[in-house]
Design a protein around this ligand. Sequence first.
Ligand code: SF4
Length: 473
Amino acid sequence: MHECCGVFGVYAPNEDVARLTFFALFALQHRGQESAGIATTDGRKFQVYAKMGLVSQVFDEDSLSQLIGDIAIGHNRYSTRGSSRLSNAQPMIVGKGSNSIAIAHNGNIINAEHLYEELSDQGYTFRTSTDTEVIANLIISSTERNWIDRIRYAMRRLQGAYSLALLTHDRLFGVRGPLGVRPLCLGAINGGWVLASESCALDHIGADFIREIEPGEIVSISANGIESYREEVDRRALCIFEYIYFARPDSTINGRLLYQARQAMGAGLAEEHPVDADLVMGVPDSATAAGVGYALRSGVPLAEGLIKNRYVGRTFIEPDQRIRDLGVKLKFNPLPQVLGGKRVVLVDDSIVRGTTTPQVVRLVRRAGAKEVHMRICAPPLRYPCFFGVDMATQWELIAAQKTVPEVRDFIGADSLGHLSVDGLIKAVALPKDIFCLACFTGDYPIPVQIGMDKLALEIMPSAQQAPFGVKQR
Ligand code: SF4
């Protein structure tokens, strides 16, 4: 399961903004590994540099030194809409002269096709196959006089998930969609301001966390300081998977440190699904904290029985068939000396298609484990995501096709227990109604029609014209 991007923005006249953006993107690398880019403005024109690859592969001293100015935005991409190629890398510049913006986007616009056709009919041309360019052209197409009203116009028309960093020639904007599906936070640095998908990016560059950008909020940062424009929203729908898996454990969202939330998920699993066992381990790295939580609550000793190869990153070299056949062995190496003869509780974040989990269970068994009891932080995933999480079509989701005992048999575990939705909310310790839980419950925050294939998605006609703060089911 993949998330779709990390965004960053900085307004700091006293700083090397390109370098700050580089290090912030470095901290947000987990949100997207396909391409990385930075755009800056010196008040008259944009400079942009984006390439395929990891942040550390894309930039060097030479490229950073060309990115001059006092304001910058940056982006790490994982493609959910539009293929993985250089022309789709972000930030992208859209428009001409004073009517141009640079844009970095995290999320997924559900009515992008409809808006694309409308804008094409009006004569707007597209260089890419991304919904990000649709957002930018929508803003550019507005006849309103100032940027705030132009962004507001686009927000009234857009359906779906979006957290944006936008750059005009003299201003930085942070925009969070009314549903607030994707996070965006505000920080301060040396008299300037920063925006980031996650607070860990602020920590890495020495910025102070100020607050979350609220759902439906536009923040404008310029020589005049910072201004905020908020709209009333009907329903919030922060993706609960930010807490389960996507965000880094050292990030804080809505005042809740992710590490602690994940530890509480493990504790909840120990309460809901206790089992006699000799050791507990979380599948590294995303379930490490949950494994700790399970061990602390259950009293079963914690152990590290799977060592993850943490230093490979993404490689563009394809493995040959023999190496491919090793499957997850490329990622994890089990420790027979730790696992041999033991009854093991194995904690993981989620089961999506059910392709990886059986391999991990097999790996642990081959290392000598006597029993393997699988515990999963996410409730069974039965519905697809339409908000930018590259998950699966409904017929590919194993929990949509099989009962929990059938999945247990399929993955080859001795027992299988998922955290309940209520247990998950208790662990996150925030109000249930601020979250999207649609992939567990089918209760989407905006009306969608689900087919057995993601391509069958249609937005209900009423949603096309929905006012700001879309009407909910
Ligand atoms: S459907 Fe699931 S993965 Fe998608 S936004 Fe909602 S909670 Fe997140």
